[in-house]
Design a binder for this molecule. Structure first.
Ligand code: EPZ
Length: 416
């Protein structure tokens, strides 16, 4: 089991290049199932989850030729329409092959993803939407089996805003017969990036980025080349780390328009932020001020940045409320932060963080991807050594995080 060891106290200074977005790459890789032609993806991040998704597609028969940061997929020999449990259990995003498989082949067997650390995370909305489009779905022995001669356009209303639910049904609809309306759809930038990629393949989609998306089905899609958008959560994570350490950093190859609420909160905390093209510059020359955070679907504050801001609030001036409205169990980092000396009270989906003037290094355990990032930020500011265990969670969503942080001056290394 690998660990990270961090000696706290260094300010982060310098420049860092932001990688392609994990949560755009995963659905867009599944779009390769929608055409027999080649789909060339550039700016793909080198992440564990991207590797898992590539292996899943390959075992279905999609060819995938990769050079660093780029993969060319070709779905002309797809002959296995199944996503097995042993792959789905390690990466829930595997559910995103369901829509494309039913759309192109009329048949799919996808293991029900189990729950995960942050919540039960059902996929009932994915299933309900496919049924509305005429798919016959049976669930037995832990597998979703979906069949359809040809999906039909339908009007689908999401009771709850679901990012991958919106993405799965968008991909199902692009080859359906007729028009599909996705209402109360997710507005995340990664949904728009998927729509951009599908349009470059010949799909007819409009309204992505709003809560109503219209898809007019076409007979078939052709190949394309698509550059994956920058990762807004990686961007936000580095900005919070720089703010927490009182540093001064510049993010390269990112976008500020997809991070507005995060930049606003960092400004409230006292950071000086400047945006220039695809760069974001942050300078923090004071102790952060506590900021209240309430997560909600985009364009509100992203749940994937909640844990990182919790870490910032731990050492900020004053007290703050952190409210998690998306997932039912996304405060597992609280216990670990308390081990470092944080003062946090939790009541249901609300945490109250009282800032302390310093944290003390300790051994802590990562429980999920963004909780791990939160513990890295806490370790960067804690006095002495912090050792973070189970960092495989971190590797799922951050490319070379310890080398990027070392290049910014952090005293961090990976230990066996
Ligand atoms: C996506 O997960 C992201 N993952 C998550 O990022 C992110 O936290 C989440 O969206 C919310 O923004 C990917 O894009 C691969 P949801 P997703 O469906 O799509 C409930 C990370 O750290 N729901 O938007 O699985 C669900 O339980 C990960 O990168 C249903 O009830 O999330 C949750 O409470 C973590 N039924 C809420 O909706 C369904 O059928 C939002 O979930 C689907 C979802």
């Amino acid at each position: 089991m690998q660990k990270l060891s961090i000696q706290g106290g260094n300010q982060l200074r310098g420049e860092v290049r932001i990688s392609g977005a994990k949560n755009a790459a995963l659905p867009i890789m599944c779009a390769s199932l929608l055409t027999p032609e080649t789909l060339r993806l550039t700016n793909l991040p080198d992440l564990h989850d991207v590797g898992t998704m590539r292996k899943l597609l390959q075992q279905m028969g999609v060819s995938a030729d990769s050079v660093p940061g780029e993969v060319t997929f070709k779905g002309d020999k797809v002959d296995n329409w199944e996503a097995p449990y042993d792959m789905v259990k390690t990466m829930r995003a595997a559910i995103l092959v369901l829509g494309p498989l039913v759309a192109r082949f009329g048949d799919a067997r996808v293991s029900l993803p189990g729950g995960c650390a942050i919540g039960s995370r059902p996929v009932d909305l994915h299933i309900k939407g496919l049924q509305a489009m005429g798919a016959e779905i049976t669930i037995e022995h832990g597998y979703i089996h979906a069949k359809a001669k040809r999906l039909k356009g339908a009007r689908i209303f999401f009771d709850i805003v679901s990012v991958t639910g919106t993405e799965n049904l968008m991909m199902a609809a692009v080859l359906a017969d007729g028009v599909t309306l996705l209402e109360n759809a997710a507005r995340e930038p990664e949904v728009v990036d998927l729509a951009d990629c599908l349009r470059s393949m010949g799909a007819k989609i409009s309204g992505d980025g709003s809560d109503t998306i219209t898809i007019t089905g076409v007979e078939k899609l052709h190949g394309a080349t698509h550059r994956i958008m920058p990762d807004r959560i990686e961007s936000g994570t580095f900005l919070v780390a720089a703010a927490a350490t009182g540093g001064c950093i510049t993010l390269r190859e990112t976008r500020a328009d997809i991070l507005e609420t995060v930049l606003e909160k960092l400004g409230e905390a006292g950071a000086k932020i400047r945006v220039e093209g695809d760069s974001i510059h942050l300078e923090m020359n004071r102790r952060p001020k506590s900021v209240n955070v309430r997560t909600a679907p985009h364009p509100a504050f992203p749940t994937d940045m909640q844990a990182q801001f919790m870490a910032l609030n731990c050492i900020a001036e004053g007290s703050a409320m952190v409210v998690e409205t998306i997932f039912e169990n996304r405060f597992m980092h609280v216990q670990e932060l308390r081990r470092l000396g944080a003062h946090i009270d939790v009541e249901g989906n609300t945490s109250v963080v009282r800032g302390v003037d310093h944290l003390e290094g300790a051994t802590v355990m990562a429980t999920d991807l963004r909780a791990s990032a939160c513990l890295v930020i806490a370790g960067l500011v804690a006095q002495g050594e912090t050792v973070i265990d189970r960092i495989y969670h971190l590797d799922r969503g951050y490319e070379r995080i310890e080398s990027k942080l070392s290049e910014l001056g952090a005293n961090i290394c990976r230990v066996k």
